[in-house]
Design a protein around this ligand. Structure first.
Ligand code: B1M
Length: 210
C-alpha cells in the first residue's frame, strides 16, 4: 500500500493514535503535502460521507474520522502553510449558525493566513451578531469569510450575508464557500466572491484586496 493510501485508510478507519505516524512517514517518503491532504485525507472523508449516507456508519464514526483528520492536518500544517511576510490585513472567518463542520473552514483559514492575512477565527455555529460585532471591533477587516457544509445551513449563510451587507459596515469583501455552495448561490446572496477549495479561497482573498 502506498504511503498516501495508508493515510487515507487511517482517516477512514479513525485510527487516531496512528495517523500522525502515517502522515510523518508519507512526508519522509517525499510525498507532496497537498497530495497527502487531497488524495489521502479529503478523499477519505468523501468515502466516510458516502458510507454515512448509505447508513454503513453513523455520526460517532464520522466524528472519529474527523478527529483523526484534524490530528493528521496538524502534522501537515507546517508544510502546507508556505509562510509569507506580506501584510494583507484582517480576515474574519467562521462556519455559519447551525453548522458544526470545521475541517474545511480550518483549512481555508490556514491557507488565507499563509497568504499574508491576520485571521480571526470565530469557530463553528457562529451567530450573525457575532460576525457583525467582530467586524465592528475590527474596522480594518479586509475579508469576511463564511463556510457552510450542509444544504440546511445555506439559508443561514444567506441570512448572515444579508445582515452583514445591510449593517452598513464597509471596507471589506465577503467571500463564501463549502461543499453545497456554488457560484450561483454566492451571487444570489450578494457575496463578493466564491471559491470551491481552500487554496483558491486564499487566491480569491488576495485578489479581492489587491
Ligand atoms: Co457531516 N455531513 N453531518 N459531520 N459530514 C456531511 C457534510 C455530509 C455531506 C455527509 C453525507 O451525508 N454524505 C452531510 C450533508 C448533506 C447535505 O447537507 N447535503 C452531513 C450531515 C447530514 C451531517 C449531520 C446532519 C448528520 C446527523 O447528525 N444526522 C450532522 C450535522 C451537524 C451540524 O453541523 N449541525 C453532521 C455532523 C458531522 C460531524 C460532527 C460528525 C462531523 C464534523 C466534524 C468537524 O467538522 N469537526 C461530520 C463530517 C466529518 C462530515 C463529512 C464526512 C466530512 C466533512 C469534512 O470535514 N470534509 C461530510 C462528507 C463530505 O464532506 N464528503 C459530512 C473534509 C473537508 C476538508 O472538506 O469541509 O468540504 P470540506 O471543505 C472544503 C470545501 O468545501 C471548501 O474548502 C475545503 C477544503 O478544500 N470550503 C470552502 C469549505 N469552507 C469554505 C469556505 C470558503 C471557500 C471554500 O470561503 C470562505
Amino acid at each position: 500500500m502506498s504511503k498516501i493510501a495508508e493515510v487515507a485508510k487511517a482517516v477512514e478507519a479513525g485510527k487516531m493514535k496512528l495517523i500522525e505516524g502515517f502522515v510523518a512517514e508519507a512526508l519522509e517518503a517525499g510525498e507532496d503535502p497537498l497530495a497527502i491532504l487531497n488524495e489521502g485525507m479529503i478523499g477519505a472523508m468523501a468515502i466516510v460521507g458516502e458510507k454515512f449516507q448509505k447508513s454503513e456508519i453513523f455520526v460517532p464514526e464520522m466524528l472519529v474520522a474527523a478527529k483523526t483528520m484534524k490530528k493528521g492536518v496538524e502534522v501537515l500544517k507546517p508544510k502546507l502553510a508556505g509562510g509569507t511576510t506580506a501584510k494583507l490585513g484582517k480576515c474574519i472567518i467562521g462556519t455559519v449558525h447551525g453548522d458544526l463542520h470545521d475541517i474545511g473552514k480550518n483549512l481555508v483559514a490556514l491557507m488565507i493566513e499563509s497568504a499574508g492575512f491576520e485571521v480571526i477565527d470565530l469557530g463553528v455555529d457562529v451567530q450573525i451578531e457575532t460576525f457583525i460585532n467582530k467586524i465592528k471591533e475590527n474596522p480594518d477587516t479586509k475579508i469576511v469569510a463564511l463556510s457552510a457544509l450542509l444544504t440546511t445551513t445555506m439559508p443561514s449563510m444567506k441570512d448572515t450575508a444579508t445582515a452583514i451587507k445591510a449593517s452598513g459596515l464597509s471596507g471589506f469583501k465577503l467571500i463564501v464557500g463549502g461543499a453545497p455552495v456554488t457560484q450561483e448561490f454566492a451571487d444570489q446572496i450578494g457575496a463578493d466572491g466564491y471559491s470551491p477549495d481552500a487554496a483558491s479561497a486564499a487566491t480569491l482573498a488576495k485578489n479581492l484586496v489587491a
